[in-house]
Design a protein around this ligand. Structure first.
Ligand code: NAP
Length: 251
């Protein structure tokens, strides 16, 4: 059974792997046997050290994904170092909070560029390589706001709704070419991204009360879903958005 989830010898490119959900996913993939290319604007020193301690090859790749110009150089650098990419995890993302009536163009563009535009062009650059090899697994990080509207986060909701649509579009185009494209929609996970919500006593209480599991998620809670979608255990899963939310959407 463990063989189905075994990632030994696979190369995983994970964006935003220095902290939070990206770190949780990178370490889970490394536990399952994958070598790790950790990409981001801050070096993922701790993640790389921990992956190496598990006996994996792991390297840092500097990439500021607020601009699409970072995408091809990143993919080229990973291919030079590792020779191939079997798994792509598009995790890097940001959020900006303001009332819709006050929301600025700068906050719109910053979120859409990182969360959606760079994500699509990373899928494209890595997808070309995977299609040429006839195999690959792409995992995009979506959100509860792929399904719901949210509040005071218009560009984030638009970007994550877009991630859901793109995941399905790419699955439609690439499934027959051996490339799987799926997404994970995390619920409320305790990371830098949600620090403002955790610090707001009222919002924090309202959120925890609504989660059937009765607690915030931990980045490690996302790891199992990532291993599943990266492994042969999920070979017939395509264009799916897997909620890992402590039951939030069920309520
Ligand atoms: P986080 O701790 O703030 O991590 C975000 C990651 O993205 C960091 O590694 C960050 O790097 C990286 N990043 C941001 N802008 C970047 C850029 N321009 N170039 C390269 N890397 C960049 O938040 P998180 O919660 O783990 O978020 C990870 C993903 O999960 C995001 O896509 C987020 O939208 C999604 N998500 C989170 C939750 C949640 O409840 N936490 C729920 C649903 C979805 P730096 O450390 O350098 O900033």
């Amino acid at each position: 059974m463990a063989g189905m989830f075994d990632l030994t010898g696979k190369v995983a490119l994970v964006t935003g792997a220095n902290t939070g959900i990206g770190q949780g996913i990178a370490l889970a993939l490394a536990e399952a046997g994958a070598d790790i290319a950790a990409a981001g604007r801050s070096p993922a020193t701790e993640t790389v050290d921990k992956a190496r301690a598990l006996g994996r090859t792991a390297e840092n790749f500097a990439a500021d994904l607020s601009s699409v110009s970072a995408v091809q150089p990143l993919v080229d650098a990973v291919l030079v170092e590792f020779g191939r990419i079997d798994i792509l995890v598009n995790n890097a993302g940001i959020i900006r909070r303001a009332d819709a009536v006050d929301f600025t163009e700068a906050d719109w563009d910053a979120v859409m560029d990182t969360n959606l535009k760079s994500l699509f062009f990373l899928c494209q650059a890595v997808g070309r390589h995977m299609i040429a090899r006839g195999s690959g697994k792409i995992i995009n990080i979506a959100s509860m706001l792929t399904f719901q509207g949210g509040i005071r986060v218009p560009s984030y909701t638009a970007s994550k709704s877009g991630v859901g649509g793109l995941t399905k579009l790419l699955a439609n185009e690439w499934a027959a070419k051996g490339v799987q494209v799926n997404a994970i929609a995390p619920g409320y996970i305790a990371t830098n991204n949600t620090a403002a919500l955790q610090a707001d006593e009222t919002r924090n209480r309202q959120i925890v009360e609504r989660i059937p599991a009765g607690r915030w998620g931990d980045p490690a809670d996302i790891g199992g879903a990532a291993v599943f979608l990266a492994s042969s255990a999920s070979d017939y899963v395509q264009g799916h958005i897997l909620a890992v939310d402590g039951g939030w959407l069920a309520r």
